[in-house]
Design a protein around this ligand. Structure first.
Ligand SMILES: NC(=O)c1ccc[n+]([C@@H]2O[C@H](COP(=O)([O-])OP(=O)(O)OC[C@H]3O[C@@H](n4cnc5c(N)ncnc54)[C@H](OP(=O)(O)O)[C@@H]3O)[C@@H](O)[C@H]2O)c1
Length: 484
């Protein structure tokens, strides 16, 4: 347990949105639960000229709704120092090192350092190079680097980035954040699959008809138009979150629950993905879409968003049929869809089981739904006899949804992931092999779409995407379980 884990955090991008919204609250939660040693300190860095006092005010503001008392919050904020720093300027790293060494002594940290790169990935190579060159990396403790997404924009760029980082840090020092891997219900997938014999024994092609993953957002691109228009839903969501969830849902049981064994089995799935067929007709295994204005005209279309090209072909929606080319899974399509300005914000997985082979009853497929967010829990829909005469069936739902109180009390993804970094546990972080293999898969779709320059299917904002996403399933007599 990390009550004994001493650490100095150095956060690059300390004045940014992520730090304010997620990182300071996450570190505070750990502090509040006594999961941080008293021997911890944080240096925040960014170009802005802030004083320590101002920085501590910012930290206090970010945890305002979470604090036990003013004194407790103040005791927390006192562990924070600010150092104005341009990451491109090598001189600044000397000043940073001096402050880091001073705090290391002051808090008896014994050389343990966590470098959190909460900045544009274009700086990651520069920062890691300087950390090593200017000796911010210690000899007497651990040195771990937390890396935010996106990790490259395709396989080539991600490899270049990885090579650059590997010049200074080894793979086992790198913690690539995929915040989906920190979500309770995503972590619960392996627990559900491998601790319940009932589920374990039916988690196979004989029992499962198809798997459906929906990660939908009701918001548009907001102020992120510039980034998003270059990225699109495929790069933003499928390469990382969606494929990570696919691998957890279909990986073979690991020999033991160790980081290496879990990662090995996840990677085996990603390597087994069949090359997708991408066409502009109904044979395609991936469809894209872009939101137009809503049916009532109240919500604008993607092309009208700020910092988005008026004739852009960037997809704000992706649906796909993923085939895992193994004897175990070849016949079980994994349908995925994700997008912006969809009817509702939800992340969920629906496992659609096959109907029974007997014709005793007119049964419906059994359904297991894993609700990831905003609802968290599981729902199992079974056939039951309807009360009364005759043998008519009625689907019955067994539901175990976590209450609002439980959800509020349960740790946020960032809190758990930062604790994992403190403990040196890499299980819930993406290994380079997974990242590389995912990019190679997604790049095939990207390349094909980049060749389709005439048009893109539109969908009205606040609906569940273009009709092509329904055709993808109906060709195999399947349909989306989740309909908002
Ligand atoms: N925000 C989110 O919800 C979210 C979600 C998932 C992933 N991410 C990822 O997390 C990272 C940070 O995102 P963000 O939203 O916090 O970005 P942001 O608000 O734009 O913050 C960027 C930070 O970088 C600093 N910075 C920029 N250039 C610098 C330089 N040359 N030297 C030193 N500091 C510099 C900025 O501060 P100064 O201007 O003061 O220098 C600021 O603190 C990105 O990789 C992003 O993709 C963010």
């Amino acid at each position: 347990m990390s009550q004994d884990t001493k650490a100095l955090f150095i956060i690059f991008g300390a004045t940014g949105d992520l730090a304010h919204r997620k990182l300071y609250p996450a570190i505070y939660h750990l502090f509040k639960k006594n999961m941080l040693s008293e021997s911890f300190a944080v240096i925040g860095t960014a170009r802005r000229e802030w004083s320590d006092e101002h920085y501590q005010e910012v930290v206090l503001d970010s945890i305002e709704d979470l604090t036990e008392s003013k004194e407790h919050a103040k005791a927390f904020a006192e562990h924070f120092r600010y150092q104005s720093h341009n990451v491109k300027d090598s001189e600044h790293y000397h000043t940073l090192k001096e402050l880091a060494d001073t705090l290391d002594d002051e808090y008896s940290i014994e050389g343990n350092r966590i470098f959190y790169l909460s900045m544009s990935p274009s700086f990651f190579g520069t920062i890691t190079h300087h950390l090593r060159e200017q000796s911010l990396v210690t000899d007497n403790g651990f040195n771990r680097v937390i890396i935010e997404k996106p990790f490259g924009t395709d396989f080539e760029s991600s490899k270049a980035l990885n090579d650059e980082i590997n010049d200074s840090f080894d793979e086992d020092q790198l913690y690539r954040i995929d915040h989906y891997l920190g979500k309770e219900m995503v972590q619960n997938i392996l627990a559900l699959r491998f601790s319940n014999r009932l589920i374990e024994n039916s988690w196979n092609k004989d029992s499962i008809s198809n798997i459906q993953i929906t990660l939908s957002e009701d918001l548009g691109v907001e102020e992120r138009g510039e980034y998003y228009d270059k990225s699109g839903a495929l790069r933003d969501m499928v390469q990382n979150h969606v494929l990570q969830v696919v691998s957890l849902l279909t990986m073979t049981k690991p020999a033991s629950f160790t980081t290496d064994n879990v990662r090995k089995e996840k990677l085996a799935i990603l390597k087994a993905l069949k090359d997708p067929v991408i066409t502009q007709d109904e044979n395609t295994e991936f469809v894209r879409g872009q939101y137009a204005s809503s049916e009532d005209g109240a919500t604008k279309g993607y092309r009208q968003e700020d910092k988005v090209a008026p004739d852009t072909l960037t997809e704000t929606f992706v649906a796909g049929k993923i085939i895992i080319d193994t004897d175990e899974w070849r016949d079980v399509p994994v349908y995925i869809r994700t997008g912006k300005r969809l009817a509702e914000k939800t992340s969920r997985v629906d496992i659609v089981f096959k109907s029974t082979e007997s014709d005793l009853f007119n049964d419906q497929p059994t359904l297991l739904s894993v609700l990831i967010s905003p609802d968290e829990g599981i729902e199992l829909t079974l056939n039951n006899k309807n009360i009364g005469p005759g043998m008519h069936l009625k689907p019955t739902q067994l539901s175990n949804l976590r209450s609002e109180d439980t959800r509020e009390e349960s740790p946020e993804a960032y809190e758990k992931l930062i604790l994992d970094v403190l403990n040196g546990d890499e299980t819930h972080f993406a290994h380079w092999g997974e990242v590389a293999t995912s990019w190679k898969y997604v790049d095939q779709v990207r390349r094909a779409w980049d060749g389709f320059t005439d048009s893109i299917p539109f969908y009205p904002a606040l609906t569940m995407g273009p009709k092509e996403a329904d055709t993808l399933l109906s060709q195999q007599d399947h349909s989306w379980i989740y309909k908002a």
